[in-house]
Design a protein around this ligand. Structure first.
Ligand code: ADP
Length: 728
């Protein structure tokens, strides 16, 4: 084998071994072993260009760390190794140690070729110091030329591997950094799908195989809420309150409140519009804030309330008319209202000798000694009375002081509140009350005496009234029997006078006839009078008999008309009758109705000189009775006389007796009879124009007033009287 072929086979062997090396240092070591150490070179170092520096990689006779520590900047100007690298061919370098890790000495340097023009070298082999092995130079150059390109590839692969592992490392760091964040962080795409999330976010927004149904539900809700938030903010929801997000704690189920910071990613690596959201858990913060706000509000309210109460208290104190004082546990006055100030406080600037000062001091001394004593006692309240002086009016007055202790939570006395009452009025009232009660007793005595007297008089009156009633009854009985007795002789008188006037007892002279005529008239008047008195007496004695029968009002009025018509004709008056058809048949005393109407009609004729006299009858609108009216166009009655005409023996004008005759009893009897039959009478009259009398009668008289027993008894009594007179 020729040296050249041996050389080339060795070189092929070297190339093969280097190509199998895992990395640059291993490849270099193969080169060192088989070329440099073989050549007896004891110290050498390979530097590789990296980022404008030559950095030590591996050396023979070098401490590995020291070798790796060597760095030589390529662009820093004056550096012989840098120059040697740039030279492109083996060069001798006299190196001065300049702190770059290479000691001073003579070195032989070999730029390691890349096999291509640019860059022609990628590393530098330096051999030395001093032992440069220059004799092996050609072999070294050859070996380097052969394996240079391979070494470069290895170097690049190493560099690549190194940078790759760095990125991974950085990513790991970033991941742990993001995961270490206590806040959930998420990256979402345009469809709000989560692209990336940290561990805290996973807890809220992601589920795994074995998760419970509850957790899944919570995560689902959170995703919905979050996604809708993102959509909202994408449409410009810039409202700061809208940056709050209510989520559910998937593990505990409680409410969580987050504040969100969302930003579009500046580097759109993840798609067109990825969004980074950082959620800050503000649940506790919010809770604390709310609690603080509540507390603040409560404090504020309490403050307000207490200030209002204070104001109210002051208002009350100032407006209470009674003096109020508050003293502390040392009996010093700490609060007074205006009234108390007036009594117990000396206004500033008061003359030292003034009477006012003396009076106030006297008041104060009394009050203070009472309060000091009370403060030391075990009592909780006390009431005393003493005299005070009003310094304004200088009036002395009895005062009552009511004091009570105020205790603190440790049951110690904190203050005493005292209210002063002016007792002047009370004392005065007590005096008045005593006087009043004395007067009262006196009055009661007098009332008792008066009552006794009254009772006695009452008894007397009762007795008198009984006597009177008896006398009245006796009078009526007397009148009834007397009138009856009287009628008989009057009738005899009338009868004989009539006979004489008819000249039964011989002829009469003109004067005798006239005298007899007067006698007849007088007797008739007397009879009328007696009859009336008899009626009146009977009614008053309750002995007027009443005979109830069916009465046809029309028929009755026709009969009456026959009686009165001659009188009407004599006085040349117009006589009108107006009786309504269908007047109901009355059940009443026919004779008495006739007597009543006859009386009214004869009065009407008597008191009418010209014009008319009329009688009318109609059914009352309620159908309960009948109304009969007599009216005339006669002399009428004065207003003031109208109430009198129904009184006994009452003739309105005394002179009318002479002119019109009559007894003054007719209307009185009429009214009483009507009363007996349950009827009423009313009169309307105008002086000089005429009068109208209106009767109202019930359909059935007895129902209303008549006691049949009474009326029967009355009839019996009357019959007895009649019988007596007949026998007489
Ligand atoms: P006398 O029997 O006097 O008529 P009365 O009781 O019947 O008594 O009447 C009382 C008085 O009422 C009469 O005196 C008369 O003054 C007055 N008087 C009664 N009816 C009429 C009448 N129709 N017109 C005017 N005055 C009358």
């Amino acid at each position: 084998m020729t040296p050249a072929s041996r050389d080339s086979s060795e070189a092929d062997d070297l190339l093969g071994r280097v190509s199998r090396a895992q990395d640059l240092p291993e490849a270099l070591w193969i080169f060192f072993e088989s070329v440099l150490i073989e050549a007896g070179i004891e110290r050498s170092l390979v530097l590789v260009e990296r980022e404008k520096e030559l950095r030590g990689v591996l050396g023979v006779g070098w401490n590995p760390d020291a070798a790796r520590a060597v760095t030589i900047e390529l662009e820093a100007g004056e550096n012989k190794l840098a120059d040697a690298y740039a030279a492109g061919e083996p060069t001798f370098v006299e190196y001065q140690n300049d702190g770059r890790g290479i000691e001073s000495g003579k070195y032989l340097t070999y730029p390691i070729p890349t096999g291509v023009p640019d860059p022609s070298a990628f590393a530098l082999l330096i051999i030395g110091p001093d032992d440069t092995g220059s004799e092996a130079q050609p072999e070294i150059v050859r070996a380097l030329r052969r394996i240079g390109p391979l070494l470069r590839i290895l170097d690049e692969r190493d560099a690549l591997r190194q940078s790759g592992s760095q990125t991974e490392h950085q990513r790991d760091l970033l991941t742990s950094l993001v995961n270490a964040l206590p806040d959930p962080v998420l990256i979402t795409d345009a469809e709000n799908s989560i692209l990336l999330e940290n561990r805290r976010a996973e807890g809220l927004f992601s589920t795994t195989e074995g998760d419970s149904e509850g957790r899944r539900r919570a995560v689902e809700i959170n995703n919905l809420v979050f996604s809708s938030f993102l959509t909202r903010s994408a449409f410009g929801g810039a409202d700061p309150s809208a940056r709050e997000l209510n989520l559910v704690d998937p593990s505990e189920g409680g409410d969580l409140l987050f504040e969100i910071l969302s930003t579009s990613l500046p580097n759109p690596l993840m798609g067109d519009s990825a969004t980074v959201s950082v959620l800050r858990d503000v649940t506790d913060l919010k809770r604390a804030t709310t609690e603080l706000e509540h507390q603040f509000k409560r404090v504020r309210q309490a403050e307000l309330k207490s200030s209002r109460e204070r104001d109210r208290l002051n208002l009350i104190l100032e407006n209470v008319g009674d003096p109020i004082l508050v003293t502390d546990d040392q009996s010093n006055i700490i609060l007074m209202n205006r009234e108390a100030e007036r009594l117990f406080d000396i206004p500033p600037g008061t003359d030292l000798q003034s009477r006012r000062r003396q009076e106030v001091r006297a008041n104060d001394t009394k009050f203070s000694s009472f309060i000091s004593e009370f403060a030391l006692s075990a009592d909780s309240a006390r009431v005393v009375e003493f005299q005070l002086t009003d310094p304004d009016t200088r009036r002395r007055f009895p005062a009552e002081v009511v004091s009570g202790k105020v205790v603190n939570e440790r049951s110690e006395m904190a203050a005493i509140i005292s209210v002063v009452h002016d007792l002047t009025k009370v004392v005065e009232n007590e005096r008045l009350a005593a006087e009043l009660s004395e007067l009262n007793e006196d009055l009661e005595d007098r009332v008792r005496t008066a009552t006794a007297e009254l009772e006695e008089r009452n008894d007397q009156l009762e007795w008198q009234s009984r006597e009177l009633e008896r006398a009245y009854r006796l009078k009526s009985q007397f009148l009834a029997s007397m009138s009856h007795e009287l009628r008989t002789p009057i009738n005899a008188l009338l009868g004989y006078t009539s006979l004489m006037r008819d000249q039964i007892y011989g002829e009469l002279t003109e004067r005798q006839n006239e005298a007899l005529g007067r006698m007849y008239m007088a007797s008739q008047h007397l009879l009328e009078l007696v009859n009336d008195i008899l009626d009146l007496a009977k009614i008053e004695a309750g002995k007027m008999p009443v005979h109830i029968e069916a009465v046809n009002v029309g028929t009755l009025i026709r009969e009456l008309s026959q009686t009165v018509e001659p009188m009407v004709r004599r006085k040349k008056l117009e006589y009108r009758v107006d009786v309504e058809d269908d007047i109901p048949v009355l059940e009443t005393d026919r004779t008495k109705i006739k007597q009543i109407l006859l009386n009214l009609l004869s009065n009407a004729i008597k008191f009418t000189h010209e014009g008319h006299v009329s009688v009318s009858a109609r059914t009352l609108p309620n159908g309960q009775g009948v109304e009969i009216t007599t009216s005339d166009s006669g002399i009428g009655i004065r207003d003031e006389n109208i109430p009198k005409i129904f009184e006994d023996f009452r003739q309105v004008d005394q002179s009318s007796t002479r002119e019109y005759g009559g007894t003054g009893l007719g209307l009185s009897i009429t009214k009483k009879l009507l009363h007996l039959l349950g009827g009423t009478i009313e009169v309307e009259s105008k002086l000089g124009e005429g009068s109208t009398f209106t009767l109202r009668l019930p359909i059935r008289s007895e129902e209303i007033v008549l006691d049949k027993e009474v009326s029967r008894a009355a009839r019996d009594a009357d019959d007895a009287v009649v019988n007596k007179s007949e026998t007489g």
